[in-house]
Ligand binder design. Structure first.
Ligand code: NAD
Length: 242
């Protein structure tokens, strides 16, 4: 049986990804730092929950120890993320660091710690960035910069780990109505996205999970180092982020 480890799995895109892997017969380890949300999510699916913060090295070491990866890790989905909206002058250093710790440091730490398990299974990494990592905007200095760095980190992973048969790709979701997005998307932003996106709507968690599942599967065995926007065509328009 193949094993997937999904971070930020207590809700949103991570929980939808967990469900998709389970439907396809994988064993899944769900990692999240929100203990009540993780317990609630784990009560609805047959997966192994580990409550941990991906930005804390000691927690990452505990994840590796508890995840039961003796048979190797076939898929690592670095999905845990936090959002923050603000321009440079209004973004205090604390807010900048908070975003970088989870969105960038977390991806680095988790990948570094899990390379032996990924090598053992010739596994696949999928990092979740964002269309905010592809376009600059006046509102997203910390979030957008963290996601642009995740895109580059993905390319680094693909180049470094290819010789071990480990693939690494990046998914850039467009807007999805999760807790993370709806905390920062005002009605003006929602309306502007509907107008700008060729499919004229937000995506669903499941639509993002489908792309993640494909990139982790053997059907994507020759795809590595790629950045896939799953955004209803937004990136193709060349229009700026609302
Ligand atoms: P969400 O808030 O519903 O879920 C994120 C989960 O990550 C939460 O359960 C949270 O507890 C967990 N988490 C956050 N920091 C963590 C940490 N340091 N350690 C462990 N767990 C942590 O959000 P979502 O929308 O499902 O976001 C998932 C990913 O998709 C994020 O990386 C986000 O940036 C990205 N994304 C989302 C959208 C969108 O519109 N929703 C668009 C583009 C990219």
């Amino acid at each position: 049986m193949k094993t997937a480890l999904v971070t930020g799995a207590a809700r949103g895109i991570g929980l939808a990804t967990t469900r998709l892997f389970l439907e396809e017969g994988w064993r899944v380890v769900m990692v999240d730092r929100d203990a009540p949300a993780l317990a609630e999510a784990a009560s609805t699916v047959k997966a192994q929950p580990i409550c941990a913060d991906v930005s804390i090295p000691e927690d990452v070491a505990r994840i590796v120890a508890e995840a039961g990866l003796e048979g190797g890790l076939h898929a690592l989905v670095n999905n845990a993320g936090v959002a923050d909206f603000g321009p440079i002058e209004a973004t205090g250093f604390d807010r900048w660091r908070t975003v970088m710790e989870t969105n960038l440091d977390g991806v680095f730490l988790m990948t570094q710690a899990l390379i032996p398990a990924l090598r053992a299974a010739k596994g696949a990494i999928v990092n979740i960035a964002s269309i905010s990592g592809l376009r600059a905007s006046t509102l997203r200095v910390a979030y957008g910069t963290s996601k642009a760095a995740v895109i580059q980190l993905t390319r680094q992973q693909a180049v470094e780990l290819g010789e071990y048969g480990v693939r690494a790709n990046c998914v850039c979701p467009g807007p999805v109505r999760t807790k993370l997005a709806m905390a920062v998307h005002t009605q003006d932003i929602i309306d502007a996205y509907h107008d700008a996106i060729p499919l004229n709507r937000y995506g669903s968690e499941r639509e993002i999970a489908e792309a993640i599942g494909f990139l982790c599967s053997d059907r994507a065995s020759y795809i590595t180092g790629q950045v896939l926007a799953v955004d209803g065509g937004f990136e193709a328009t060349g229009v700026g982020l609302p």
